[in-house]
Design a protein around this ligand. Structure first.
Ligand code: ZN
Length: 268
């Protein structure tokens, strides 16, 4: 698998234009922008610079966040996802990654939040299919269930893929799924529906539930074993390096990118 840089990895130091230049300069063939840096640069301008640099776009992060306390909030989320589909189409992203959303503030209704996710997906799938944008459901570690994603396991994500059919797949992030006793079986079940593969590492101890990811090789995840399972299903696209880390964000990307390339070769 070739390497792709998820722009969140260097978000404190570089905007999207610098990420594109940095990938080209360091020989990293793929990029995956987050929508904040994409919008800051301007979607059309970004699309052109990415094309001119010869980079592939392994995904756009992120859509989702469907649950909301009232109907207006849920409708706003759907509108925002439709814009995300347009953006993904414009930059030629291989998929739009979905972080589906947690409980609405103050709510204890987990089944209700999951139903809102299903309803939100139902509302956007026709537009996604029409635009040719694959919706990649990213299950998140259950520690984020309250505030980020009521979609916690690969099995749950594949249940939704079974239900919705064409145009939907999964984004498999080792950070979120490595602990799952059903991982091997669910990767096999996913088959050709693996739309993205995100790599980083789980540090021991982890000091922050969101912003303390390690670079590959820094933690306890057997990334090569998971990569092999994914490749066995025919996935041959990018391993996207996605490091949300207060530590790594402080480092100079000119040093971080070569290190990530080295770890991508040795520990992915
Ligand atoms: Zn991810």
């Amino acid at each position: 698998m070739e390497m792709s840089l998820n722009t969140v990895t260097v978000k404190e130091k570089w905007g999207l234009s610098e990420c594109i230049e940095g990938c080209a300069r360091h020989g990293i063939p793929g990029i995956s922008p987050w929508r904040d840096v994409l919008q800051a640069m301007g979607v059309d301008r970004a699309a052109k610079q990415i094309r001119d640099a010869g980079l592939a776009v392994s995904g756009l992060c992120r859509g989702g966040m469907f649950p909301a306390a009232d109907a207006a909030g849920r409708a706003a989320a759907i509108e925002d996802n439709l814009r995300a589909i347009d953006e993904a189409h414009t930059i030629g992203a291989a998929c739009l990654v979905m972080v589906c959303g947690g409980l609405p503030p103050g709510s204890k209704d987990l089944p209700g939040a999951r139903a809102m996710v299903r309803d939100g997906l139902a509302a956007i799938m026709p537009a996604a299919r029409a635009a040719g944008v694959t919706i990649a459901l990213e299950p998140l570690h259950p520690m984020t269930c309250a505030d980020r994603s009521v979609l916690s396991t690969l099995g749950q994500a594949l249940d939704l893929c079974d239900e919705f059919g064409a145009g939907m797949g999964v984004a498999l992030d080792v950070y979120h799924v490595w602990w799952d006793p059903q991982l091997a079986a669910q990767i096999q079940r996913a088959g050709s529906r693996i739309a993205a593969f995100h790599v980083c590492d789980w540090k021991v101890p982890t000091l922050d539930t969101v912003f303390d990811r390690g670079i590959p090789g820094e933690g306890c995840i057997d990334i090569p074993a998971i990569r092999q399972m994914v490749e066995a299903q025919g996935y041959g696209s990018f391993a996207e390096v996605e490091i949300l880390s207060k530590h790594w964000w402080q480092q100079d990307p000119e040093q971080v990118l070569p290190l990530l390339k080295e770890r991508h070769a040795a520990a992915v």
